[in-house]
Design a protein around this ligand. Structure first.
Ligand code: IPE
Ligand code: IPE
Ligand code: MG
Length: 249
């Protein structure tokens, strides 16, 4: 570790602890372009992207951020060449298996959100194991959105609510924001305060559509595998300059 990196193990002095976001969500974009710039196949970008995510999780832990949610695979990403999709599924499974022990020891609570039932069976098994083994951990809440789509999440919540109404368990006029949130994949996780997207794209790509209603958005041109503590520090500085008004004056 360089001196500068050691320094960044602790919350940088220009960040105010009381103004840190409780929950940071990241759209980890730009792996493919990163690989292309290095003259490597796209999949190498995904491998490098895993290291960037591991570093960010550690950084969030070091700096006292309560929750981190990362967009790993969207419902639209099935449309990529099947070699890339296969590689990603295998990568998720391998990383989960390799990292689980450490995450248990580090008190990380892992959660996966998305339509998990259409993932490969072996990956589903690894996911269940990771969630089960870390469910009582009380450290950082680390959520990975896999086969996740914000619209699909909203639709499945509507279906579940409609069924309850049909069964007479719920009255239509009892449906409010709190009821709705209890039917989302993200039940029990507060809304993200800060949403970061790398690689300069100015869109949300079907991520957490309901939950980001009042998130502060930070977009950087940095490609995901290059997103490090210094970049995160920059994002948090920008966040701390924002005035969150929530519709008030
Ligand atoms: C993000 O990087 C990772 C996933 C969507 C799985 P991309 O693979 O989208 O990289 P670019 O956008 O093509 O550079
Ligand atoms: C968003 O990135 C999905 C993930 C980061 C998992 P994409 O690369 O799929 O988004 P678009 O296609 O540029 O909108
Ligand atoms: Mg992309």
């Amino acid at each position: 570790m360089t001196a500068q990196q050691t320094e960044l193990q602790y919350l940088p002095p220009d960040l105010k602890r009381e103004l840190l976001p409780k929950h940071v969500a990241v759209i980890m974009d730009g792996n493919g372009r990163w690989a292309k710039h290095q003259g490597l196949p796209r999949i190498m970008g995904h491998k490098a992207g895993v290291d960037a995510l591991k570093d960010l999780l550690r950084c969030c832990k070091d700096w006292g951020i309560e929750a981190l949610t990362a967009y790993a695979f969207s419902t639209e990403n099935w449309g990529r060449p099947h070699e890339e999709v296969d590689f990603l599924m295998t990568l998720f499974q391998r990383v989960l298996r390799q990292e689980l022990r450490e995450m248990v020891e580090e008190n990380v609570q892992i959660r996966f959100v998305g339509n998990l039932s259409s993932l490969p069976r072996s990956l589903q098994a690894e996911i269940s194991r990771a969630m089960e083994e870390t469910k009582d951990n009380c450290g950082i809440k680390f959520t990975i959105a896999t086969n996740y789509g914000g619209r699909q999440e909203i639709i499945q919540a509507c279906r579940a609510i409609a069924q309850k109404v049909q069964q007479g368990l719920l009255q239509p006029d009892e449906i409010d924001e709190a009821t709705f949130e209890r039917h989302l994949y993200t039940i029990g996780i507060c809304d993200p305060d800060l949403l970061i997207r790398t690689s300069g794209e100015m869109r949300v790509s079907n991520f957490l559509l309901w939950q980001i209603a009042y998130s502060e958005i930070y977009i950087t041109d940095t490609l995901w595998p290059d997103f490090d503590r210094h970049e995160f520090h920059r994002a948090l500085c920008a966040y701390q300059q924002r005035e969150r008004r929530f519709g008030k004056v």
